[in-house]
Design a protein around this ligand. Structure first.
Ligand code: FUB
Length: 340
């Protein structure tokens, strides 16, 4: 399918000319950018893409990342600085490989990096690592977070100071193997009119390293109030959950994976349910699409990635940033990444 996505974009030079934004950095490949304002500056926590030589497979084995670098920007239009190595898989006692999309949060002056990786048995777990500075270096907890699983952790801090951990991704992200927080290899992605799987959410404990409660499923509804159907691949959740709050409402955004869209849904609680709202970002060059949404100086920004800089190599991506608009009715304006 990644080859199909490339074939649909034969003229990369033309797309590059029309691209609405440039890579934040080009000396390394970065993806899945999770952006936050800490200490008045933008800190971006991306995956650090490398070509580890693993063959392409349906589980995403070619995404063989080994470490994290944090990027810092004084403002969205400023140059991004690579703050260097923040955490390496060799320093995570439980992790074996595939350091996928991370996120970060802060509480009481400490910084927490949340990250998925495969354990030696090939199961994705979600770990946490702690630092005194936003850029690290981070020291990993010896065990993964109990009760968390799959991939793509994202932490939302509500206005009352509570932090919520979201995670999940189907297919290579293994979420379809779980029901009610229990793993069973016989489970698959639901099909047809059955409800689609949602991401998971749980409030984090005040210590930020454990869940305060079992995770629950986040339900995404259609305009008629019904859960999105499993066969609604243009709208159903695939991976990359992110939550932001705008005008008192909660926005869940996510990737639809095999239909290559970033979508959003709106709700009145961090637990949902959320009602599908529309497309944030049309397909980018490369199979994956993954983002974050962050406000800086009263303006909202979308951080996303594409694979243009590598000539379309789907696991060598570059993080980017562009302005995101909420319309007066709360809808998010759709962005064409090559509409410039
Ligand atoms: O970067 C590795 C994986 O690809 C992420 O965890 C997914 O969201 C997708 O972007």
């Amino acid at each position: 399918d990644h080859h199909a996505a490339l074939a649909a974009n034969p003229c990369l030079d033309e797309l590059a000319a029309r691209a609405i934004s440039r890579p934040l950095v080009t000396h390394i490949y970065t993806a899945d950018p999770s952006a936050h304002v800490f200490e008045g500056r933008l800190y971006i926590y991306p995956s650090h893409d490398i070509d580890g030589g693993a063959p392409f497979d349906d589980e995403g084995g070619h995404f063989g990342m080994q470490d994290y670098h944090v990027l810092r920007m004084d403002a969205p239009d400023a140059d991004a600085i690579d703050c260097g190595l923040a955490l390496h898989v060799r320093d995570v006692p439980w992790a074996d490989r595939q350091m996928w999309a991370p996120d970060a949060a802060t509480r009481d002056g400490r910084y927490y990096l949340y990250f998925p990786a495969k354990d030696p048995g090939g199961m994705f777990r979600i770990g946490v690592a702690i630092a005194e500075r936003p850029e690290g270096p981070f020291r990993a907890e010896p065990e993964p977070i109990p009760g968390a699983y799959s991939i793509d952790p994202a932490v939302f801090e509500d206005e009352d100071g509570a932090h919520y951990l979201y995670f999940g991704g189907i297919w290579g992200g293994q979420l379809q193997k779980y029901r009610d927080n229990r793993h069973d290899l016989s489970h698959e992605e639901p099909v047809g009119a059955d409800p689609a799987l949602g991401p998971r959410v749980a409030r984090l404990d005040a210590g930020m390293t454990t869940l305060a409660e079992p995770t629950r499923e986040v339900v995404i509804l259609d305009e008629a109030g019904h859960p999105l159907r499993a066969d609604d691949h243009a709208r159903r959740f695939f991976e990359g959950p992110w939550v932001h709050k705008h005008d008192g409402r909660y926005y869940l955004s996510y990737s639809t994976g095999n239909t290559h869209l970033l979508c959003y849904a709106i709700g009145d609680s961090p637990y949902g349910p959320f009602t599908y709202g529309g497309v944030i970002l049309k397909p980018v060059v490369g199979w994956t699409t993954h983002h974050s949404i962050c406000a800086f100086d009263g303006q909202w920004y979308l951080f996303y990635h594409d694979a243009l800089h590598s000539g379309g190599v789907t696991h060598l991506r570059s993080a980017k940033c562009t302005v995101l608009h909420h319309e007066s009715d709360g809808r998010i304006r759709t962005i064409d990444p090559y509409g410039g």
